[in-house]
Design a protein around this ligand. Structure first.
Ligand SMILES: [Zn+2]
Length: 326
């Protein structure tokens, strides 16, 4: 049966606010680290707050540890630990219905009113070239590891590093360590060469916040052959709400998100894709999707064009099914 963006369905049975959401990427920890005064209830400064997650019907939210580019060398790990402390003290300790999850069974155990929090690392700059630091982060609950941000580090080059190098020897050991510990290796931001090295070596792959290059010509977006390889590898892929990765035009709408969903599906990604909003990592937002609270506007639009099963897949099931740890 053909469904999709250009085939409007006759009826919409579900309401967008009834479906649970598993979002693969946000940068709220970074925002809270940058400004000590911002709390997890600050709806004026944050896209992702406790109230927003509740209202937006979140079930699982991934929280990235992103150490800003300006922090160099040894202090990077220190800053990563500070973000872990913010996650623990200002989010988990403060909101008893927000629970750290590190496995599928943790997600299964969440009660109706509880929301799961996955801790992720965005870029291995924070660990330098020290595997024991990576293990320490696993110990704090990290279950997804992005190898780079946009530039080079001891693991690999990012997509904007002109050298374009792939995985280093140390990078290979990071991927091996992820495999051993059933941790996702995240290829968002990674160089093309690094991407293909990961395809050969990683057991559990996610592109947590990456869109389609065919739809929007931005270097951060994935080429069709990369997308096909991800699908072949049973990877999770998060469509992201970054306007510059969605469209070249000034105005960015929910329809632009659907164009990327549709393209992923046309390449066979129906059971791979989810959403990695990048909320709090973006300075501009998609019309009618300005914060987590407004997720239902996207959900309602998806329900017009895709079956309930497919929409549930995009919102939750696909990421849940591919989350490595049982
Ligand atoms: Zn990012």
């Amino acid at each position: 049966m053909q469904t999709g963006l250009f085939m409007l369905k006759d009826e919409v049975r579900m309401e967008g606010n009834q479906l649970k959401i598993f979002d693969g990427h946000c940068d709220v920890l970074w925002k809270m680290w940058e400004n000590d005064d911002v709390s997890f209830s600050d709806n004026n400064h944050l896209h992702v707050t406790w109230e927003g997650l509740e209202k937006g019907n979140a079930k699982v939210q991934c929280f990235a540890i992103y150490v800003p580019e300006k922090i160099k060398g040894e202090s990077a790990f220190q800053v990563a630990l500070e973000m872990v402390a913010i996650f623990n003290k200002k989010i988990l300790d403060r909101y008893s219905n927000m629970k750290l999850v590190t496995s599928k069974s943790d997600i299964d155990s969440l009660k109706e009113n509880e929301i799961g929090a996955i801790l992720t690392l965005e870029g291995c700059d924070a660990i330098g070239s020290d595997l024991s630091r990576l293990r320490k982060l696993y110990g704090y609950g990290v279950t997804s590891v992005g190898l780079t941000w946009n530039y080079g580090n001891a693991v690999a080059d990012g997509i904007l590093e002109t050298r374009g190098a792939g995985l280093t020897e140390f990078g290979k050991s990071v991927v091996e360590e992820n495999n051993k510990n059933s941790v996702w290796t995240d290829v968002s931001h990674l160089s093309i060469k690094g991407f293909w090295d990961v395809m050969e070596s990683a057991d559990y792959i996610i592109a947590s916040h990456s869109n389609c290059h065919k739809i929007c010509n931005n270097p951060r977006n994935l080429l069709d052959d990369q997308i096909k390889a991800l699908i072949q590898k049973n990877a999770a892929i998060g469509v992201t709400f970054v306007p510059q990765f969605l469209t070249d035009s000034q105005k960015c709408t929910i329809t632009d998100i659907l164009k990327h969903v549709e393209h992923y599906c046309s390449l066979g990604g129906l059971r791979n894709i989810g959403f990695g909003s990048d909320f709090d990592g973006i300075s501009s937002t998609v019309e009618n999707l300005h914060s987590f609270k407004e997720y239902h506007n996207l959900v309602n639009t998806l329900l017009k064009y895709y079956s309930e099963t497919d929409v549930k897949g995009f919102l939750f099931d696909n990421f849940y099914n591919k989350y490595p740890k049982v």
